[in-house]
Write a protein that binds this ligand. Structure first.
Ligand SMILES: N[C@@H](CCC(=O)N[C@@H](CS)C(=O)NCC(=O)O)C(=O)O
Length: 209
């Protein structure tokens, strides 16, 4: 398989999932420079993935798959014993999809896409930081009270991989993780999991280079 990624972006969740599933060794990682939509050899990334966004996964079947929620579930289903997702067709699986959808639309896109997009006007940034972020983060913080992972009666899932990735962005976005104590504790705890720690370390090294 081939994963197209940008260090410390949302594609980090797919790297975590691949590590947890034990599939990172069968995956070639291709770094994408998002600002120019190019690959390191200068070629246009949009010839690989026309959306020009990461993550994009070339699957075992040789198909191109995009969108965090789809890529993460695809990886999870390749390794059912990893516990990364409840089985398809169960109510727990739908709860996982509920979380993936919330993280993608209400956190990733609504808040952080606006804050990190160099073209966002200042009013849009203030609105994202001051109006959109607090109630959404309050809600997730409340959900994590007394719970180790997002899914009840379940361990580390791909929804956790996505959320822990998004939480990495609070500080660079000018938000204080310590304002949400359950989120802070969760972030700290999950970063100690072997697959999360390894994926973060690998992405961080490339990001800092
Ligand atoms: N809808 C996509 C969004 C992915 C996305 O926004 N990726 C960001 C990196 S975190 C990106 O590629 N940004 C560059 C761009 O949108 O041009 C998904 O859920 O996978």
């Amino acid at each position: 398989m081939h994963l197209y990624f940008t260090p410390m972006s949302c594609s980090l969740a797919s790297r975590m999932a691949l590590c947890q599933a034990g599939l990172d060794h069968e995956t070639t990682f291709h770094q994408v420079i998002l600002a120019s939509k190019t690959l390191p050899d200068g070629s246009d990334y949009r010839t690989v993935s026309p959306k020009g966004q990461v993550p994009a996964l070339h699957t075992r079947e040789g198909q191109l798959l995009t969108e965090n929620a789809a890529v993460l579930q695809y990886i999870a289903d390749l390794a059912p014993d990893s516990g990364l997702a409840p089985a398809a067709g169960t109510f727990q699986r739908v709860k996982l999809q509920e979380w993936l959808s919330y993280i993608s639309s209400e956190l990733h896109k609504a808040i952080f896409y606006t804050l990190f997009n160099p073209g966002s006007p200042e009013e849009a940034r203030s609105y994202a930081r001051e109006t959109l972020a607090p109630p959404r983060l309050d809600w997730v913080n409340q959900q994590l009270s007394g719970r180790d992972f997002l899914l009840e009666d379940w361990g580390f899932s791909v929804a956790d991989a996505y959320l822990v990735t998004v939480l990495n962005w609070l500080q660079p976005a000018g938000l204080k993780l310590s304002d949400w104590p359950h989120l802070q504790a969760y972030h700290h705890r999950l970063n100690k999991l072997a697959a999360v720690a390894r994926a973060v370390q690998e992405d961080y090294k490339l990001w800092a280079a």
